[in-house]
Design a protein around this ligand. Sequence first.
Ligand SMILES: *Cc1c(COP(=O)(O)O)cnc(C)c1O
Length: 452
Amino acid sequence: MNGAVDPRRRVPRTDVLLADPRLAAAAATVGRARLKAVVCGAQDRARRGEIPPDEVLATALAELPDTAAGLRPVLNATGVVLHTNLGRAPLSPAAVAAVVAAAGYTDVELDLRTGRRARRGRGALAALAAAVPAAGAVHVVNNGAAALALVATALAGRGREIVISRGELVEIGDGFRLPDLLVSTGARLREVGTTNRTVLADYAAAVGPRTALVLKVHPANFVLRGFTAAVSVEDLATLGVPVVVDIGSGLLAPDPLLPAEPDATSALRAGATLVTASGDKLLGGPQAGLLLGDADLVERLRRHPLARALRVDKLTLAALEATLTGSETPTWRALRATPAALRLRTERLRDRLAEQGVTAEVVTAVAVVGGGGAPDVTLDSWALALPESYAAPLRTGNPPVVGRLDRGRLLLDLRCVPPDQDDVLRAAILRCLDRGGRTEMSPRSSAPSREP
Ligand SMILES: *Cc1c(COP(=O)(O)O)cnc(C)c1O
């Protein structure tokens, strides 16, 4: 840096920067306030000597978000297919296109042929009904928890009882517990059995005039092994009261890849009165709560006052319908990516990085379903291993890349990275080298730092 001139005096002025056509155009998508904040941030960094003054414009352009929302697209290299902190299921291209198309005015509640009011979300509901012929009727609410809240309120509120096994009193995450949710609706829980064993006689002894329903919750995020017993849906269906099955995961039909995961079709065929599930778990769609089952009961839920507070918006309906009718979801693809194909991609990435001076290793890895589902299932995978010092710069880069730390290394598992993003990932890794001082274990660590 030229020592004679104070670099702070060479930082370009805001109005000069904002006159750049690329920055000016960005105001339309990210908004003026955010644009200014990014520009000021780049100027501040130049004033602190972190970047040269002639790089302020390029820095501002690089740091400009793509949208006016703070949510940023992230490359998920964790190997966790449904990562709750990363928004669970990525939408399929079909669902994304449907969301964009539905973003403006749309015929969500209007029949364009007759000009009359129509059933809200009829396309999504029809697609869901077609996917699960065993269901007499279907309804969609905001999420799986909302589906349970609606069931408990409408069928068991005002002190009526929900009979539930002590082995199925589940905490779903972030401190939220299903029993607390159920009780908050005014329903009473009648707990039966023990943590590890519940038998049909336990339910039978508890069922009586105050029973509203028996609830079977799939213990989706843990495994109970050893001296255990649980009662099948078939057996619960003999009790003579409604049986509601919360399958959680959102599988609509059996999946040979996940034989232990319950699915809506099987639960209904086994005699469940109603099934509740999440749209953004194994179904691979938007956040939504699916209710499937007895037509009269579904109609009662649909007409309950609380249903209005839990209803889904047009974007969700569009995404859900397209998830059900469109092409394979990214979730489905990530679950089925073969270890051989992942290894090939990872080795190619390693080789191309090597050409550019980054040494990385290809190692075996273990991916999981995540999203509180299929805790027993592991998916053989491969990962690129980098020094741990890459983790923070990758996470804070653009796009952010989130991997997994393992014994002092950063593992990047390509299972949940769309194959067409491999080059984006490679560029993100290479950019870490340009960000001075934070990749001290990399072979380029002796490259001149930009720190003054
Ligand atoms: C995930 C889950 C829920 C909650 O569903 P959300 O869509 O996250 O609200 C409820 N029950 C079970 C068994 C689950 O796995």
